[in-house]
Design a protein around this ligand. Structure first.
Ligand code: SF4
Length: 651
């Protein structure tokens, strides 16, 4: 194993502190996406804030010298500290988190901290972090992170640590799960393998981890499960990109897990990602069931053979994909799946084809994305050669409303419109119910039995009825009841899960898919005009300023609080802004320049009313006002750059 470190002339000199090094690791806030299942997490599931914890940071913590004091902050569940006590601040991130990762690195670097960048995006594009971080960890951390730690202690940390060889996962330690607030996540992440033997053209996994799957030993996995058992965890997600990339080793693991579960009263409910050829192997399916895997995520991508061929998804070709999904259901295992539209072979008719397939397959969690070219992938390189990449459009989340290249056989805007229409159809009550029936026809004995206590289960069912089913009117309720009575009671927990997932995705569509940009622009301008009129005195004195801008998508309203604003005006502002956010998908930027103790309760009240729409609210606070105010950056997008003069994109 050769480790390559690149010296950088600008790397600051950080002498070894005379006490254990304090390391703060931060997982930046994700922009909301389908994967957030926000409605489910906030309205239905008890005590949860988000889906998965940052496993990579817990692993990194375990790779530090034992005497180091390590803290992990996940901005998806808690605010980032603006004045932390730390010697090093490490900020990780995937492509979808890049904007926030950059903002955090800039901020902490500006505050005089030694900052380190890592994560999958820094591994793919380390050059984009050269000016952002003192050190960049590019690649798997098992060997290069301890090297960085040693160098830092000796005051000679380098600018880049680049993993160039193959990491043996048997050298990967048990992640320090105890540093994560595990009770706030619905499912806890673990990892058995890295790498996948296939060669899909769009995939960045094989660029990062290679095509020969590397695995931990079953005994290592047992130790990790012991650590999770000690924390009373039930739901575990093996985040492997393809757990069955090496079938022989996967079977060994599954046998081990089956025994482990038996010994521990089947405490764990597992899920993972696999390739579709799982359906071809009866033994593998039986082992998955015996180990209590209740769901698998599969990249189906397209029911169109030509599109699969184009993207080299050979493992899905020459097979009846629908029958394969039904075979997996028949073993009691639920299927979540990824679908892609935008291959060169695709036309607008592809959307209808996808709709028909997804409905027939019964897949409720259908993550349909527009094909996106991720940096360093063969797809990216091909499109670059063909001159079809759109600059600066990369957002790393392919369920967003757009892509980063020019489609071949579709008009770009027509493609986006059809994409939205597809999702709206898929998450109508009728189609949610139809998919459940198409699934339960094959799934008679689901592995999933629910992991909640009786009290929690009652809370969940009550919340589903009160906040999801009854609000949809009698027709939705009837559709729900029909899905129950056409299946046996044994399948009911799975049906509840499907309704919760379906309604959560529907809620996301309602809040994020833009219906009528012109109407939104008018509504935002009307809100601005009314605020100016109703708070005329504060506006005249210059204490309140209201303006509208064209945002990245749609219109943004900016409100600046820069002097004394009375209680009555605060109330009017709160009411108007809340109404605008509730009735549109517009974004809001709140700049707080001045704040007094007296005004603080009024501002708290305003923030409380805006919190349910926090993913569309960006807040900037001046240095002067900061000591008086605690903005929860896991709720709002707390802007850490200089004061925005234009509309920033909400996080
Ligand atoms: S099967 Fe999945 S992980 Fe493997 S190459 Fe294809 S997209 Fe990547």
């Amino acid at each position: 194993m050769q480790i390559q470190s690149v010296n950088h002339p600008d790397a600051p000199h950080h002498p070894r502190p005379q006490r254990p090094v304090r390391l703060l690791l931060i997982n930046p806030r994700f922009p909301e996406s389908f994967w957030s299942f926000r409605w489910a997490v906030e309205k239905v599931l008890p005590r949860k804030r988000t889906i998965n914890p940052p496993l990579g940071l817990a692993t990194l913590a375990a790779l530090c010298p034992p005497e180091w004091e390590v803290e992990i902050i996940d901005e998806n569940i808690e605010a980032v500290p603006l004045k932390p006590e730390a010697d090093i601040i490490g900020v990780c991130g995937m492509g979808a988190q890049f904007k926030r990762q950059r903002e955090l690195l800039n901020y902490y670097r500006g505050q005089g901290f030694y900052v380190v960048a890592g994560g999958s995006f820094a591994s793919l594009c380390p050059e984009r972090f050269a000016d952002l971080a003192h050190s960049v960890i590019a690649g798997e951390a098992e060997y290069i992170w301890p090297e960085f730690c040693r160098d830092f202690e000796q005051g000679r940390a380098k600018q880049r640590y680049q993993e160039t060889g193959v990491v043996n996962l048997e050298d990967s330690p048990v992640p320090r799960f105890e540093l994560l607030k595990l009770d706030q996540y619905t499912t806890i992440s673990m990892q058995f393998s890295r790498g996948c033997p296939y060669r899909c053209e769009f995939c960045d996994i094989i660029v990062m981890f290679g095509r020969r799957p590397r695995t931990k030993t079953p005994v290592q996995i047992g130790k990790e499960l012991d650590a999770l058992r000690a924390q009373n965890i039930c739901n575990v997600f093996f985040v492997d990109d393809n757990l069955i990339g090496n079938k022989k080793l996967a079977k060994e693991l599954l046998r081990y897990l089956g025994d482990y579960q038996q010994q521990h009263d089947y405490q764990f409910n597992f899920g993972t990602e696999v390739s579709l050829n799982l359906a071809d192997d009866e033994e593998l399916l039986r082992l998955f069931r015996a180990a209590n895997f209740s769901w698998v995520f599969i990249g189906i991508e397209s029911p169109d053979e030509e599109s699969l061929k184009e993207t080299r998804k050979t493992q899905n070709m020459r097979k009846d994909i629908l029958a394969a999904v039904q075979t997996i259901y028949a073993h009691g295992i639920d299927v979540l799946a990824g679908f892609i539209v935008g291959f060169d072979n695709d036309t607008l008719d592809t959307f209808e084809q996808q709709y028909q397939f997804i409905t027939a397959s019964g897949i409720q969690v259908a993550m349909v994305g527009l094909l996106t070219a991720l940096p360093r992938t063969p797809l990216f390189e091909r499109l670059e050669r063909e001159g079809r990449l759109l600059p600066e459009a990369y957002h790393g989340d392919n369920t967003k409303l757009g892509t980063n290249f020019i489609p071949k056989r579709m008009d770009y805007q027509a493609m986006v419109n059809h994409y939205q229409a597809l999702y709206r159809r898929l998450f109508s009550d009728r189609t949610i119910a139809a998919r459940i029936r198409n699934k339960t026809r094959y799934m008679k004995r689901p592995v999933y039995k629910g992991e909640y206590t009786l009290r929690e289960s009652m809370h969940i069912v009550g919340a589903l009825f009160a906040r999801g089913l009854l609000t949809g009117g009698p027709v939705r309720l009837l559709r729900f009841l029909r899905t129950l009575i056409t299946a046996g009671p044994r399948v009911w927990p799975q049906i509840m899960v499907d309704w919760i997932a379906g309604l959560a995705m529907r809620d996301y569509i309602k809040r994020h898919f833009r219906n009528d940009l012109e109407r939104e622009r008018r509504l935002t301008q009307l809100t601005a005009a009314r605020l100016r009129r109703r708070c005329a005195t504060s506006v005249r004195r210059g204490a309140l300023e209201v303006a509208t801008y064209a945002g990245e998508v749609g219109t943004n309203l900016r409100v600046m609080l820069q002097g004394y604003v009375d209680r009555a005006s605060y109330k009017k502002v709160a009411r108007r802004l809340e109404k605008m956010l509730r009735r549109s998908t517009a974004t809001l930027t709140l700049c707080i320049e001045e704040l007094s103790e007296k005004q603080r309760p009024h501002l708290d009240h305003l923030l409380q009313r805006l919190a349910p729409y926090g993913d569309r609210v960006s807040i900037w606070v001046s240095e002067r006002a900061r000591p008086l105010l605690n903005i929860d950056s896991s709720v709002f997008h707390l802007l850490l750059d200089k004061k925005p003069t234009q509309a920033p994109a909400a996080g």
